[in-house]
Ligand binder design. Structure first.
Ligand code: ADP
Length: 778
């Protein structure tokens, strides 16, 4: 069965060389009970370990059923230990955190025997060793003799051909020893049993053959075997521990140390808690900052007016102040302000350029024109002329001259920008509908309320309402109000003199084909007081409506006449250049905008918008430059940067505690490795591979790391409540700390990975442990 041929084994410790096996040659039968006797330190255990594949010989050969093991790989030895050999030790070496059943099954678990078969074979083995009634106990509930029986059951559970026992009765009283010897003798009836013992009496009483050992050599052999071993077919099944088994081993081990495990998990989770809280706060603050910024921005768009102040011109002018008076002449000069005044040429080319601005940088661009609108409304059954103006009609100049002076926003109401993707996101962002609905068509207009639900009285007066200050309206009184928009050609009649006069037959106008109906679609109110005043209280309409009016009126007769005349075609009076231009604009004869407002999507995008606008001016003469005003420039661009910097610093600190906990886990795993040395030896004796051992400890750190991650996130989440309560108290901001689920998951993964990294090195150390040494450890 087994043949040792000239086996040598030397141990070097420092300068001392111990010849533990000195040219040992011996053969064993297929079935016999061999006792090995000899003084302590003579090399008995070393021989047993070499036979069992727990230790390697230096030279010679071990033949198993005639097959040489010289070229055995680690995996062959693992399989050999698992399939063919059962070990029994003096100190039983049961895995204390597993049940008796699980201990007995372990060898089969390692070789992947199905659960039902495992259970059946383990039960048979336990019955055979006389422990039928103890199956459901834990190892530490048994006596020494019973524990050794469990160990024997484990050794024979998958019917190995070889049973190796190293002083199996060394720790037992004589009565129990006899029982165990009896049991081993029974087991030797159908296998080879080799037992190392100190006790010559027991050896002589039970064994078939006695070998005396001294100084690493066989001194005598009572029943030597010289026959040739049968050249049996000898094959081995490889072992492999499943991840699940590794997990279970670790889990049951961890469970036996609840207090320590909790402290470990808690300490490791502190880093995660720190980072999670920092991230939660930073998420929340960023949101608040973004909100504040976009609120602030909504009231402070980048503005391009027809006439604006060129900041660069202001700067260069200031240099003149440094000049000192010379001579006695006086120079007539423009004021600095006048010099800095710049007339923007907002050409269609420029509008095209604006249109091409990336939509992600500026979602809304509001373009206002100086055009007026010819509006009439039916009041008490009679049509009368009305306006969208906010100026007091009782104080304004009356009649045609009022119409003529109507450039700018006063007479026009407010224009809100059309979202560049075609949706009304501007209104939806800043305003909520309190009655009716958001406008959808160009002919839909809205009434803008102040935060306190008040409405500019002049807007109502100009719409033809007979209204007194403090008067109350129901929403439904105003929603659905219609106003007719009349084209120039229907509104003005050309007199034989060549002048034009506004018609007064409004009811006829109302029925003209070109006349459009504008409807008050909804009443809106600003959502947040931050954005109060973007649109003035009163009537607001889409920039698309202005476009429509312009398109309808640009070819009207009055516009054509005004274009070719220097005098007013209405009053016949002469006009200066500026008045003529604004008159033409009011009539819809100019396509040049009076004002452009660009709303950057986010505060951070504003720089891109400004860069884009600057790019247009590059290489252009001063006169052709388009100058903008950036009202929001006072808001420091630093806010975002500072937030980021603070977050990084805090995360760095929390990260340090994460690394600290990783080192701690490494130490704890290392301690666990030391504690479980015996277990490692037993697992190896049962055929576990190095990989399997690594896996057991990796599984343990996985459980700890994952536990720490989940626990940390849970605690961080709990912490957000008091943190938010305190912040709400101190700053008035609510719901600042918000834990982002994605970040939470990532943190759990980081915790798991880092702890596994920290624990992996001790795990590898455990795997490398020599099985023979591991089993010798106390
Ligand atoms: P026995 O089982 O007969 O008591 P051992 O086989 O345990 O003897 O030991 C044989 C000799 O080898 C002893 O001198 C022992 O000190 C030495 N020895 C055993 N294992 C080691 C080891 N891992 N390193 C160094 N010396 C060892």
């Amino acid at each position: 069965m087994l043949k040792l041929s000239h086996i040598n084994k030397v141990y070097h410790v420092g300068d001392t060389v111990t010849k533990a096996q000195n040219d040992v040659s011996v053969q064993f039968r297929q079935q016999e009970f061999v006792a090995i006797l000899g003084p302590s330190g003579s090399g008995k255990t070393t021989m047993l370990n070499i036979i069992g594949g727990l230790d390697r010989y230096d030279s010679g050969d071990l033949l198993i059923k005639g097959k040489s093991t010289k070229n055995f790989k680690d995996s062959d030895w693992d399989a050999y230990r698992n399939n063919s050999v059962g070990f029994i030790f003096q100190s039983y070496n049961l895995i204390s955190h597993l049940s008796i059943m699980e201990n007995v099954e372990m060898g089969m678990t390692l070789s992947g025997v199905p659960a039902a078969k495992k259970w059946q074979m383990a039960t048979e083995a336990l019955v055979r060793v006389g422990l039928k009634d103890q199956i459901h106990k834990q190892p530490n509930q048994l006596s020494g003799g019973q524990m050794q029986r469990v160990a024997i059951a484990r050794a024979i559970a998958n019917n190995p051909e070889i049973l190796l026992a190293d002083e199996p009765t060394g720790a037992l009283d004589s009565e129990t020893s006899e029982e165990i010897m009896q049991l081993i003798r029974d087991l030797s009836k159908d296998r080879l049993v080799i037992m190392v013992t100190h006790n010559p009496d027991l050896a002589h009483q039970y064994a078939d053959r006695i070998i005396n050992f001294a100084d690493g050599q066989i001194q005598d052999d009572s029943n030597a075997f010289e026959g040739e071993a049968a050249q049996d077919d000898f094959s081995l099944n490889n072992t492999k521990m499943s991840y699940w088994t590794a997990m279970k081993l670790s889990y049951t081990n961890i469970r036996t140390k609840k207090g320590r495990t909790f402290l470990t998990v808690f300490a490791s989770s502190i880093g995660i808690i720190g980072i999670a809280v920092v991230l939660a706060l930073s998420n929340g603050f960023q949101k608040q900052v973004d909100q504040t910024q976009s609120d602030a921005l909504s009231t402070m768009p980048v503005t391009i007016s027809q006439v604006s102040t060129d900041p660069s011109a202001m700067a260069s002018n200031s240099s003149t102040k440094t000049k000192t008076a010379k001579g006695n002449t006086i120079t007539a000069e423009k004021s600095d302000q006048d010099k800095a005044q710049h007339t923007n040429k907002i050409t269609s080319q420029y509008l095209d350029y604006l249109n091409k601005m990336p939509k992600k940088d500026a979602k809304n661009i509001a373009i206002s024109y100086g055009t007026g609108m010819n509006l009439i409304r039916q009041v008490d059954g009679k049509y009368k002329s009305v306006t969208f103006s906010n100026t007091d009609p009782d104080k304004a100049a009356s009649g045609a001259s009022a119409m003529m002076s109507s450039s700018g926003s006063g007479i026009n109401g407010s224009v809100y920008p059309v979202d560049r993707n075609g949706k009304q996101s501007f209104l939806k962002t800043y305003y909520k509908v309190v009655a009716g609905s958001y406008p959808t068509k160009a002919t839909d207009v809205v009434l803008v309320l102040n935060k306190d639900n008040s409405l500019n009285i002049n807007a109502l007066k100009n719409l033809g309402f007979n209204v007194k200050e403090g008067q109350k309206y129901n929403y439904k009184d105003l929603v659905g109000t219609t106003v007719k928009l009349v084209g120039n050609d229907d509104y003005y009649t050309k007199l034989p003199t060549g002048n034009f006069i506004p018609e007064t037959d409004y009811s006829t106008m109302a029925t003209k084909a070109a006349t459009q109906t504008l409807t008050v679609k909804g009443i809106i109110r600003v959502k947040s007081s931050d954005s109060d005043g973007i649109l003035a209280s009163g009537v607001a309409y889409s920039a698309n409506l202005t476009k429509k009016v312009l398109d309808a009126n640009k070819n009207s007769a009055i516009v054509a006449a005004q274009k070719s005349s220097n005098n007013s075609v209405v009053t016949g009076q002469s006009m200066d250049k500026a008045t003529r231009e604004s008159t033409l604009a009011t009539l819809g004869g100019t396509s040049e905008p009076t004002n452009i407002q660009i709303y950057p999507t986010k505060f951070k995008q504003k720089d891109k918008v400004l860069n884009y606008l600057d790019k247009y001016n590059k290489g252009k003469s001063t006169a052709n430059k388009v100058v903008y005003t950036d009202l929001a420039s006072t808001i420091s661009t630093m806010t975002g940067g500072i937030m980021d910097a603070i977050t990084y610093v805090l995360i760095a600190f929390a990260g340090i505690s994460l690394v600290t906990s990783m080192i701690m886990i490494a130490i704890i795993t290392y301690t666990s490795v030391l504690e479980r040395t015996k277990e490692i030896g037993v697992l190896k004796a049962l055929g576990a591979r190095k990989k399997d051992i690594t896996r057991v400890f990796d599984a343990e750190t996985f459980i700890l790391g994952f536990g720490a991650g989940v626990f940390g996130i849970f605690v961080a989440w709990l912490l957000t409540f008091p943190i938010n309560a305190i912040l709400a108290n101190v700053t008035g901001l609510s719901g600042v700390a918000v834990l982002n689920p994605t970040q939470a998951i990532v943190l759990v993964i980081i915790s798991t990975v880092l702890t596994m990294l920290g624990g992996h090195i001790p795990a590898r150390m455990a795997a490398k442990k020599d099985a023979a040494i591991a089993l010798r450890a106390e």
